[in-house]
Design a protein around this ligand. Structure first.
Ligand code: TMP
Length: 207
């Protein structure tokens, strides 16, 4: 099973994943956590270019292609082989981030962006995608509290990030069976419990 977590900035995905991994491993599953952009030596180098605050002049098309380059590598090197071996792969972001940020956020042609995503992934779609949803202002406020994590994408305008969030909510409407939405403004434990409930339901197992 391929599970992806998505959300606007500061939605807390990254802090939840290790606990979900531990929870699933305790139940006997072989689980492999990863993140995008990144997760392989090559993809982590591309991540550095993408997020470097010095690269302010990067064009949205350059940005879109670099995210796909990082993704093609991780899909081939990590995700596909692990899924083929019967493991559960949990990814902190996947191609829906590209549709939300590069498509809706930068207002690029969505059909063209989707075609690039399909090329980069070879058509690999998640079995379950969870949106940790949060008001943009609240998320950015959470993120500013950790200066080390602040990157070039965070520094885009609030309007950009509002289009990203609206884009996610639109994608949920288009594919309601793949997506689950969790309100990440709740306290951390409640979000974690909902995540476990949604994943257990998809695995057809009690929590
Ligand atoms: P994060 O590790 O804090 O989630 O940072 C990843 C950043 O990269 C975040 O701002 C979202 C952005 N991003 C895209 O714009 N497009 C993508 O395809 C991916 C995977 C991430």
């Amino acid at each position: 099973m391929f599970i992806t977590l998505e959300g606007p900035e500061g939605s807390g995905k990254t802090s939840h994943i290790p606990h979900l991994v531990a929870y699933l491993r305790e139940r006997g599953y072989v689980v492999f956590p990863t993140r995008e952009p990144g997760g392989t030596k090559i993809s982590e180098q591309i991540r550095d270019i993408l997020h470097d605050m010095k690269n302010v002049e990067m064009h949205p098309r350059t940005e879109t292609l670099l995210y796909q380059a990082a993704r093609a590598q991780i899909v081939e090197q990590v995700v596909q082989p692990r899924l083929a071996a019967g493991e559960i792969v949990i990814s902190d972001r996947y191609y829906d981030s590209t549709i939300a940020y590069q498509g809706y956020g930068h207002r690029q042609n969505l059909d063209q962006v989707r075609a690039l995503v399909k090329y980069a992934t070879g058509g690999l779609t998640p079995d379950l995608t969870i949106l940790l949803d949060l008001e943009v202002e609240a998320g950015l406020k959470r993120k500013t509290q950790n200066a080390a994590e602040w990157n070039r994408m965070d520094a885009l305008t609030v309007e950009f990030h509002k289009r990203v969030r609206a884009g996610y909510l639109e994608m949920v409407k288009q594919e309601p069976n793949r997506w689950a939405v969790i309100n990440s403004a709740q306290n951390w434990d409640d979000v974690q419990n909902e995540l476990k409930r949604v994943i257990a339901a998809r695995l057809n197992k009690p929590i």
